[in-house]
Design a protein around this ligand. Structure first.
Ligand SMILES: [Zn+2]
Length: 184
């Protein structure tokens, strides 16, 4: 799957100014039904700056993907989420917005659910009691989805076309002009 990896050593860290500690690691993958992607991870071992991003090297078509999760096997379906991709899981009332400092990553459905789980676990432990209950309810629901006992949809929209749900059962369509405007 991985076609090429590269490391770009950069002399000076643009964040903290340290020498010889800043590095750009890149990997190019060829993903079936989507095309070539480039993942980059930028790190500085001095100031601990870290940023990851995914770019689609193929055609860039503003697209919306919708995938119905209905079994445990569906956890393995690949998800390419760039920092410009918005993820919605309506059954959980969850929206992951492409905000500032947003990271890109290549994962699978389970990886997306685990990220949501981490956030909800944090809320369940630290929020005021009223919000905790709601978070706990959603955590139980996520467990059911992961075990294939509850159904849910994952919707992924990217106005720059760098994101995808990579499965033939995923419904794909172009984003409308209005949707593109609301996402940018
Ligand atoms: Zn640094």
């Amino acid at each position: 799957m991985t076609k090429r990896e590269f490391v770009l050593p950069i002399e000076i860290c643009p964040i903290c100014g340290a020498r010889g500690t800043f590095q750009v690691f890149g990997r190019i993958d060829d993903i079936p039904y989507f095309g070539e992607t480039m993942e980059t991870l930028v790190t500085c071992s001095h100031c601990n700056f870290k940023h990851s991003e995914v770019t689609h090297l193929g055609q860039h078509e503003a697209a919306r993907y919708e995938f119905q999760i209905s079994s445990e096997e569906d956890m393995m379906v690949r998800v390419v989420r760039s920092s410009t991709g918005m993820i919605k899981i309506p059954e959980l009332g969850v929206t992951i917005t492409p905000g500032a400092g947003s990271q890109g990553y290549i994962t699978n459905v389970e990886g997306v659910l685990n990220r949501v789980k981490d956030v909800l676990s944090y809320v369940a432990e630290t929020a005021p009691p009223a919000k905790r209950k709601a978070a706990q309810r959603r955590l139980r629901k996520i467990e059911e989805i992961i075990q294939g006992r509850a159904r849910a949809r994952i919707i992924l929209m990217d106005p720059f076309g760098h994101s995808a749900i990579v499965d033939q059962r995923a419904k794909k369509r172009k984003l409308t002009k209005r949707e593109i405007e609301s996402l940018k």
